[in-house]
Every structure is written in C-alpha cells, then in structure tokens.
Design a protein around this ligand. Structure first.
Ligand SMILES: Cc1ncc(COP(=O)(O)O)c(C=O)c1O
Length: 366
C-alpha cells in the first residue's frame, strides 16, 4: 500500500491483514488480568504475531517472559523487543543450532530455557551451555494427550531427569511442560511425574501448560504453575469454534475484494493460500474442516477453496450476495499462520488504518 496513514479500511488496496488495536489491547489486558487472578504465571507465545512492539506490550502488561517456537524467533525478540526471559518449547538438534543457542546464552541478562524430550536434546542444550560458559534452563516435554513431541510416560520423564542430573552439568532442570493442556490428563501426568521426581530428590519448579482454546478452564488445575498462549492476542475462527472467544474478540481481519462472480453462487476474492495460509478449521463441524474463514458481511458464505491468489466463496446459502469490487472482512481460521504469510500488518482504530507493524520475525522458522 502506498500510504496507510489515516486511510479508511474501506479505501485500502487489498488484500491486507488488519488488526483492530482496541480489541487487541483489550485481549492483552484481559488475558494478563485473568492469569494474575488465578495466581498463574503467564507467558505469551509470540509466534502468533512475530512483532517486537507487540511483545513489548505483552511484557509491559505483566507477562513473566515470552515463548518463541524457534531460535530465529528468539533472536529477533532478544534483539528487537528486549526480551530477557525466553522459553523455546522445542528440541534443539544439530551442531549449528547448538552454536546459535550458545549465542543467545552469551547475551548478558537473557535467561534462556529450552524444551527437551530426549537425552540427545538435553545434551545439545548442555553443550550450548558449555560453549557459552553459562547454564541453560531445560523443561522436559511431556505428551499429556496432544500426541506431538514429548514423553508419554512418567517413568520416561524420571529416567530423562536422572540422566540430565548425571550428564548435563550446564543444564538447570526447571520443570515440565506440555501442549496443549488437557483438563484431566495433564494434572494427572504432572502430579505422578512430580511424585516420582521428588522421590528421587528432584523438585521441579515449573509446570507449564498451554493453548488458547483451553485457557478459560485451567483455573484451579492442580500442579500447573504457568500457562502459555499465543492466539489469544488476535483470536481466529478456530478460537471461535472452540467457544473461547466471540467475534468481538477477533482482532485480526483479512480484507479482500471480490474480483470475479463467475456464477450466481460463486464469488472469487483476491486472497488465497498465500494470504490466509491453508490451515483447516479444526474446531468446526467435521464437514467444514476444509473451509477457510468467516466472512463478516456474509456469514452464510462459505470460503470453500483456495488457490494461491484466489479464494472461492460458495454463496449458495446467501440471500444477499456480494458484487464485483465489494470489500469483504474475513476472520481467518488460524491467525498465527496468516501472520507468517505477510511482511506487515496494519493497525486499525475506529475503521481507520493508523499504523503499520513490520512482522520482523516473519519466516523465522529455523
Ligand atoms: C508449545 C506451545 N505452547 C503454546 C502454544 C500456544 O497455543 P495457542 O496458539 O493455542 O495459544 C503453542 C501453539 O502452537 C505451542 O506449540
């Protein structure tokens, strides 16, 4: 866009990604107040926005530190957001990664913690600590139902913790983490693991869970001391489908224009998979899994297919139908992957674009 200052969203060139700043600021405040009220530490996951200024807002609101999913994201946030406490809930694997973790550890005043679900990953963290001459925090990743990475038995957690104590002198074993928090399995797993560890003289200081969809239900869960959430800052159609927010809490809106009406029941918009990403709607009805966003002006329209630069709207259920040239406001399925498709996001207040945010950690996935 040539000039964004004081431009009405309705006048802007599309496709663009906007964030309603009033909604976003309210989301940040409400989230922090909620976790403060529960007595839990809150650690925002900045992979959702990848924007240093927004990290600063989250820290100023009272966050205990931040979460970055990859080393490169952490490097940006350490350099540009002044983050001083970063947790990377990811296994650090390979000599180049070890050197880069050591590079982060060498920054004065930066507390670094990484995830590990194997002795290999713990030894890699240890090696980074040795290179930097400084200890590195490690959280053991537990699979408490999410079936991604993580150890799925408390015996395996104990075994890894004992090996870390034996072999990793530069590792500070901070505690355990999981993703996403499962309401019954997570506390059960954490309490069983804690007992086994304590019986062996290891006392974890942190039990960290995560996820926006589950966040309003984690109050009072035994053993959890910290929550990590990212999506909450913008929210999206997946958060809506999970019942964890309302449309009024969705700060991210993708603005597209109808560029073709090939038939009575079909409209084509100027945004496809390179604008939205192709992430499915995981929290909706199974038959709607591969539909791609909520069109606010035409809620019955179904964003039924993407090619790279085209989005296909099925209008068969609409009584009113958009014309060529009409602008549409769309809540994407997954705001985190939408962010990563763009160099910038536009901040909006009262329907006017008031500023541009550079997505400084865009593409920082290594
Ligand atoms: C390890 C980890 N923690 C926390 C989060 C934040 O979850 P959400 O985006 O649902 O808030 C994620 C999301 O992918 C994650 O992978």
């Amino acid at each position: 866009m040539d000039s964004f200052s004081k431009l009405k969203v309705t006048e802007c060139e599309t496709p663009i990604v906007t964030v309603d700043l009033d909604i976003m600021e309210r989301n940040i405040r409400r989230e922090q107040d909620y976790f403060d009220g529960l007595g839990l530490k809150f650690r925002p996951h900045v992979k959702t926005h990848k924007i240093p200024e927004l990290t600063r807002l989250q820290l100023e609101a009272g966050a205990a530190g931040i979460c970055c999913q990859k080393l490169s994201e952490a490097e940006v946030m350490a350099d540009e957001a002044g983050a001083t406490d970063i947790f990377i809930p990811y296994n650090i694997v390979g000599p180049k990664k070890i050197q880069r973790l050591a590079g982060l550890l060498e920054r004065p005043g930066l507390v670094m913690t990484v995830g590990a679900d194997s002795l290999d990953a713990a030894l890699a963290a240890n090696e980074a600590g040795r290179l930097a001459g400084r200890s590195v925090g490690v959280m053991i990743e537990c699979d408490t139902g999410g079936k991604r990475a993580g150890l799925s038995s408390t015996e395996a957690v104990l075994e890894l913790a004992l090996e870390i104590k034996r072999q990793c002198e530069m590792v500070d074993l901070v505690g355990l983490f999981t993703f996403p928090t499962e309401l019954t399995q997570t506390p059960a797993f954490f309490s069983e693991a804690a007992k086994k560890l304590e019986d062996n003289g290891i006392v974890p200081r942190m039990f960290s869970g995560g996820g926006t969809p589950i966040q309003w239900q984690v109050g009072g869960l035994p053993y959890i001391t910290e929550h990590r959430a990212g999506t909450y800052i913008f929210n999206d159609k997946n958060t809506l489908g999970a019942g964890a927010c309302t449309v009024d809490d969705c700060a991210m809106r993708v603005i597209c224009t109808v560029v073709s009406r090939p038939s009575e029941t079909r409209a084509i918009i100027d945004g496809g998979s390179k604008v939205f990403s192709s992430d499915p709607w995981l929290t909706g009805p199974a038959e709607a899994k591969y539909t791609f966003g909520l069109v606010l002006e035409y809620p019955e329209a179904v964003l039924a297919a993407f090619s790279e630069e085209h989005g296909t709207l099925d209008l068969s259920k609409c009584t009113e139908r958009p014309k060529i040239g009409e602008q549409l406001t769309i809540i994407p399925n997954h705001c985190c992957t939408t962010t990563n498709m763009h160099d910038q996001i536009y901040g909006v207040r009262d329907g006017e674009i008031v500023r541009e945010f550079k997505i400084a950690a865009r593409g920082k996935v290594w």
